[in-house]
Design a protein around this ligand. Sequence first.
Ligand code: NAP
Length: 283
Amino acid sequence: MSEILKGAPVAAQIRAKIAEKIEICRLKGVDPKVAIVRVGENPDDIAYEKRVKSNCEKVGLSYHVFVLDDDITQEDFEKGFADINGSADIDGILLFRPLPKHLDEEKICGMIDPKKDIDCMNPVNLNKVFNGDKDRFAPCTSEAVVEILKYYEVPIAGANAVVVNRSMVLGKPLAMLLLDENATVTVCHSKTADIKAHTKQADIVVTGVGKANFFGKEFFSEKNVVVDVGINFAEGRMTGDVDFEQAEPVVKAITPVPGGVGAVTSMILLKHAVEAAWRRVNG
Ligand code: NAP
């Protein structure tokens, strides 16, 4: 039997720290606030917005939702966005992507004040992640993986970590965060010759291929602590990339899906917003 690394206690610990910092900020005259920027009425964006607002309410974090018309011109978007970006009482900005095709998303992401860029959309923040700078906001999912490992006291320094994903939102920044923690990191992808050979010998395996039950028991060994980042929907239910039934008896520890990384990821976003306010308070 392996240890099940649930996300809920990790998220609860982060939530408690956030609530404490919000109180201190308010005592010092700063009310931490997130700007949620949505363009149009995409149902996925609206559902995500609902979850973010509910999370904010649970921790007592203020938010303001800005809804822009989906036929807004680039020029009008930039003008409106500059006001939000420059607003002294907004600490963090969450912009829902993808933006409508007629808008220049790359340019807009580059406009986000890096100090308010809580979802790591501005390349300036990614650069900082790759440089190992501490005053940056890393992509939330990558940071959530590291938070889970730390919460469950999984040794990272000196560990062999294998990340099966090389996207800019997950695999590449996560490889940098794990390197910062002194892991030895291997990044696998769709052209890797023999993924099993890498995962079986790893101390830490992070999966993010976006394919339900892709990783059967043949990928794992008793050495592995497995963090399953994948979110897939198969036969009407949410699953990860790992075939949990097969892997769980084999590995040392594993995160479930649902109930693993996702809950922590959403809390990291709020943690970043409060961190931005904290920096405003403490200079
Ligand atoms: P992505 O950009 O599509 O990246 C998928 C990665 O998996 C790529 O690096 C790809 O390799 C690799 N891959 C695909 N098929 C493979 C195969 N057969 N063998 C080995 N590698 C393979 O996706 P993403 O945005 O990074 O997201 C990845 C997963 O994480 C998705 O399931 C997403 O829903 C989930 N996710 C979860 C959270 C959370 O909070 N839990 C947050 C964000 C995303 P190539 O580069 O060679 O194509």
